[in-house]
Design a protein around this ligand. Structure first.
Ligand SMILES: NC(=O)c1ccc[n+]([C@@H]2O[C@H](COP(=O)([O-])OP(=O)(O)OC[C@H]3O[C@@H](n4cnc5c(N)ncnc54)[C@H](O)[C@@H]3O)[C@@H](O)[C@H]2O)c1
Length: 247
């Protein structure tokens, strides 16, 4: 408790699923949190004590508004968690059944959304000469997985952005890292059982620690990447997946 006391954080996609648990954790550790989600986050905000700003991260103006709201409320931006994604609601589909418009939508949220947020928050962090950007990627980048080509391509782009941004923002003392969960039984994915049914048995047999993963399993890595404990760690990926992939 208190490891992030007074830090100002934005969690995109923080209204539900893993993002809600990330927001709760940051609050428990003493941080001020703004949830930026296209979904209604009023309940999440009341539940965690965070602020909520309705935000479509794929829209540059809305991403900028979310960052402005954070600066207005907390005076600074210390931690940006790029968690928003088109994910749990995506139907599993062969590569040749993916509609090109859906491909574009996935890229607009998962890749351009993170870019929009960094584009808005980065200059504030540069002025502060400090900041942590945590990109939520996925173990699927390293393993591949049939039926999710749009999603996996988008997370691959985000992983590449982590490396490039770490070099670009390092001189300003800003750390940029990826947190790569394996299949994790978030409330969102439990509601959309297709993913669990498609992947669970293969995932479990690929893990050194062969059990299901829950949102709590990600918390330690999140706190580490958000806190001063990771001040000399940048451009890295921490996979939290029971040893399924080696990044
Ligand atoms: N749960 C897993 O198994 C798993 C595994 C690997 C990676 N991840 C990643 O973790 C993150 C959270 O996943 P989750 O399990 O909570 O699923 P999820 O699909 O519920 O999470 C996505 C969140 O992003 C929000 N969002 C969608 N479009 C948005 C937009 N345009 N603007 C702002 N917010 C938007 C959603 O409302 C939701 O809150 C995602 O980035 C996902 O890719 C999850």
């Amino acid at each position: 408790m208190g490891r992030l006391k007074g830090k100002a954080c934005i969690v995109t996609g923080g209204a539900k699923g893993l993002g809600l648990e990330f927001s709760r954790t940051l609050r428990v550790e003493g941080a001020n949190v703004l949830i930026a989600d296209i979904a209604d986050g009023a309940e999440a905000a009341a539940d965690t004590g965070a602020l909520y700003k309705h935000t479509d991260v794929s829209d540059p103006a809305e991403a900028a508004d979310a960052v402005s709201a954070c600066i207005e409320a907390f005076g600074r931006i210390d931690v940006l968690v790029n968690n928003a994604a088109v994910f749990a609601t995506l139907p599993v589909a062969r590569y040749d059944e993916i509609d090109p418009d859906l491909w574009d939508e996935v890229m607009a949220v998962n890749v351009r959304g993170a870019f929009n947020m960094v584009r808005a928050a980065g200059p504030h962090m540069e002025r502060q000469q400090s900041g942590k950007i945590i990109n939520v990627t996925s173990g699927t980048v390293y393993k591949g997985m049939p039926g999710m080509l749009h999603y996996i391509a988008s997370k691959g782009a985000l992983a590449a952005m982590t490396r490039a941004l770490s070099r670009e923002l390092g001189p300003a003392g800003i750390c940029v890292n990826s947190l790569a969960p394996g299949l994790t039984l978030s409330s969102s994915i439990v509601e959309n059982t297709e993913h669990v049914e498609a992947a669970r048995s293969k995932v479990l047999s690929s893990r050194a620690l062969a059990r299901d993963a829950y949102p709590d399993d990600l918390i330690g890595a999140l706190i580490f990447l958000a806190s001063n404990d990771s001040d000399f760690v940048t451009g890295q990926t921490i996979a939290v997946d029971g040893g399924s992939v080696n990044t």
